[in-house]
Design a protein around this ligand. Structure first.
Ligand code: NAI
Ligand code: 13P
Ligand code: ZN
Length: 345
């Protein structure tokens, strides 16, 4: 079970990165793995704090979480003799830093600049390999530093997406339980309890989650960490990634302009909950209350891609059994699901 040693969340937390690294007895050179935008938003601040504490700092600017970008980050880390990595940004930057540091056998810190996904503290890395998103076992961050003032200033859409990624745990757990019954797949009741409790907390707090509220940021950041820990306890993304994630991963590949990961997963959860014969309306109501997408139109994705993603989702990670089964959903049935749940009209 790989868990972070420290999780620090609060306003201005990023200013203490250097001191926190010293307190954990990290030495030498750091490599910050970040995006073009997030370098300006937080990467430069983190660098200043690290330098003030005597660390040398280099940067590698990344975009998509592909295996090539992981290899590039590793090459830069070797070139500059980095002793540890710092992932600063959204899920893609953090996943690249996470896998690169694992493969370099060095430590990494996770500095999320948005509450948009639940990988901020997990020991899993979601990486695109040969066009498909695969979940790879990695090391959990040595430390998570979530600066809530930076996260609060990020577009609210990102926080709402993070809620979608957490609420998706509902159908992920239903799929995992189904896989256990039909395929005797190992499940962890502890990971399930934590994953479901986290989703329930966000669902029940939906009316408290609003733009510009520090309390909303704290609530969602804690939930993202909790969901991350559920994956670390399971040693798999299964408690947080089921048929709804398969749907989202296909959209990432086929949609002309994919939406945010958590937004797609939220819409996927509505439809997969319908397939599970569960209370999809409550899922839809909570996402609406939070201000997260509930329709294809909200996602900015044409209906045809939603239907195609539904019919192709079972091909993603076929070894992970879900409600979609081995042969998936037919075109007509996919149209019915999307219409019945008002995802398309
Ligand atoms: N390893 C794991 O356990 C998990 C991994 N993931 C992965 O995470 C990724 C999704 O993460 P996202 O953060 O949605 O994607 P992302 O990393 O692409 O970030 C989304 C956008 O938000 C911007 N952004 C970030 N912080 C900002 C700020 N403070 N202000 C303004 N813009 C900001 C980024 O520049 C980017 O354009 C996917 O690749 C998904 O597979 C998702 C969940 C779990
Ligand atoms: O997004 C995740 C959990 O929210 C990780 O899931 P995957 O393993 O499907 O990439
Ligand atoms: Zn996710």
């Amino acid at each position: 079970m790989q868990l972070p040693r420290n999780v620090i969340a609060g306003p201005g937390a990023i200013d203490s990165v250097g001191g926190i690294c010293q307190s954990m007895r990290l030495k030498g050179r750091s490599l910050i793995v970040t995006g073009k935008n997030t370098k300006k938003i937080a990467g430069d601040i983190a660098a200043e704090s690290l330098r003030a504490s005597g660390y040398d700092v280099d940067f590698v600017i990344v975009e998509n979480a592909t295996i090539d970008n992981v290899d590039n980050a590793k090459a830069v880390a070797k070139e500059v003799n980095a002793d540890f990595l710092v992932g600063v940004g959204g899920g893609k930057s953090i996943d690249i830093a996470k896998l690169a540091s694992t493969q370099l056998d060095t430590h990494f810190l996770s500095l999320p600049t948005a509450a948009s996904h639940d990988g901020i503290a997990s020991s899993r890395a979601s990486i695109i390999k040969n066009g498909e998103t695969v979940s790879i076992q990695a090391e959990a961050p040595l430390c998570v530093i979530a600066d809530t003032s930076i996260i609060m200033k990020s577009p609210y859409r990102l926080l709402a997406a993070g809620c979608g990624d957490i609420i998706s745990n509902y159908t992920a757990v239903k799929d995992w339980r189904l896989a256990s019954k039909l395929r005797n797949v190992y499940i962890s009741e502890y990971a399930i309890a934590l994953s479901e409790m986290t989703a329930q907390m966000v669902l029940e707090s939906a009316s408290l989650i609003k733009p510009g509220l520090e309390e909303s940021v704290r609530l969602v950041v804690k939930a993202l960490v909790s969901s991350s820990v559920a994956m670390s306890i399971a040693g798999s993304s299964a408690p947080a990634s089921g048929s709804e994630h398969k749907f989202s991963h296909v959209l990432d590949r086929i949609a002309p302009k994919p939406a945010l990961h958590g937004e797609q997963c939220g819409v996927g959860t509505i439809m997969m909950m319908y397939l599970h014969d569960g209370d999809w309306q409550s899922i839809r109501d909570a996402l609406k209350k939070i201000g997260a997408p509930t329709t294809a139109k909200d996602l900015g994705i044409d209906d045809e891609y939603i239907i195609r993603a539904l019919t192709e989702a079972h091909n993603v990670r076929p070894e992970r059994y879900t409600i979609l089964g081995d042969t998936g959903i037919t075109y007509e049935a996919a149209v019915n699901v999307a219409l019945a749940t008002k995802v398309i009209s």
